[in-house]
Design a binder for this molecule. Structure first.
Ligand code: PMP
Length: 304
């Protein structure tokens, strides 16, 4: 377990972490009616930079739009968001890399199961950048729990309540001695992990489920697709069968909290020779570098 850094942005100001609460009668608590994103901040001495901050803001806006949280677009724009991020990161003055979680909570009290016009509060907190999966070769288990389909709770909206699905699957994987789960959809196609996207390599081609496969449109997934294409690696986004992972040359996962980390085992079957393959290793390196500096894509936003 971990604590947020002491200063938290809530509503329109910085408050002490202990005072950063939303009400027990809010829709956020009653229904899990909040949407969020997590992005990394790199710290180098006094300089702090966020990775793909504008893309994270856009995804937050899109999550709100999908769910119908209309007050966010009325009350927030990127400039306000940027200023709040600068303020909360600055007040906490981290000395090493951190993650920042920004959430739009529906705080209307007992409104019933509806959303439009309901009051919101934005919270932003900083916490230690601890990966959620091993970085040196993880073991995955396909889950008995199915991914919630787009026509039930859409995965492309990063909505807090939907993470009950992830908790069920991740806990099942942990209870079975694995590091994380692989979600399948109702047809047995591979979706993603509890909080990371998945890639495989076969015969030199990088393959990943496309964005209509009930996945989160991960920002690190997009990053890897861009970097791979630039490196001349053939890339295919398509439906993936579970058994393709069993016979893959390489498997790795991506996410803000997962990094770009190799998978050594799926359902008790060793992936290739059980080591990080050349494409995984090369992209992991490129990804780690891109989080810190990037001259080409405009992915880095200074926070001071
Ligand atoms: N899928 C799910 C379900 C997630 O929660 C996350 C983490 N945000 C990801 C994928 C990876 O997304 P990103 O690269 O934007 O962190």
């Amino acid at each position: 377990m971990a604590n947020p850094y002491p200063q938290v942005y809530l509503g329109d100001r910085i408050v002490a972490a202990e005072a950063a609460t939303v009400g027990v009668a809010s829709s956020a608590v009653l229904y899990g009616l909040s949407v969020y994103t997590v992005f990394p901040v790199h710290v180098a001495g006094a300089a702090r930079t966020a990775f793909r901050l504008d893309d994270h803001f856009r995804r937050l806006e899109e999550s709100c739009k999908i769910i119908g949280i209309d007050r966010f677009a009325q009350e927030w724009d990127y400039q306000r968001f940027y200023a709040a991020v600068v303020e909360v990161v600055g007040q906490n003055a981290p000395v090493e890399d951190v993650f920042v979680r920004a959430t739009v909570h529906v705080v209307e009290s007992i409104p019933g199961t509806r959303v439009r016009g309901c009051a919101i509060q934005v919270s932003i907190f900083v916490y230690d950048a601890v990966p959620i999966v091993p970085q040196d070769g993880m073991r995955l288990k396909s889950s008995p729990w199915r991914r919630i389909p787009d026509n039930a709770i859409p995965s492309r909206a990063k909505v807090n309540g939907a993470y009950v699905n992830s908790v069920l699957a991740k806990q099942d994987a942990i209870d079975s001695g694995y590091d994380d789960c692989i979600f399948l959809d109702g047809n047995g196609h591979v979706c993603e992990l509890s909080a990371a996207n998945i890639f495989l390599v076969r015969n030199g081609t990088l393959i990943t489920p496309d964005v209509s496969c009930d996945i989160l449109d991960g920002i690190n997934r997009r990053t890897i697709l861009t970097l791979a294409a630039e490196d001349g690696i053939p890339v295919v986004e398509r439906a993936v069968d579970l058994t393709e992972l069993y016979i893959a040359d390489e498997v790795f996962v991506t996410g803000t909290s997962a990094g770009a980390a190799p998978v050594f085992e799926v359902d008790g079957r060793t992936v290739a020779d059980g080591q990080a393959g050349p494409i995984s290793q090369a992209l992991r390196k490129r990804h780690a570098a891109a989080l810190r500096t990037d001259d080409l894509h405009g992915w880095i936003t200074p926070l001071n």
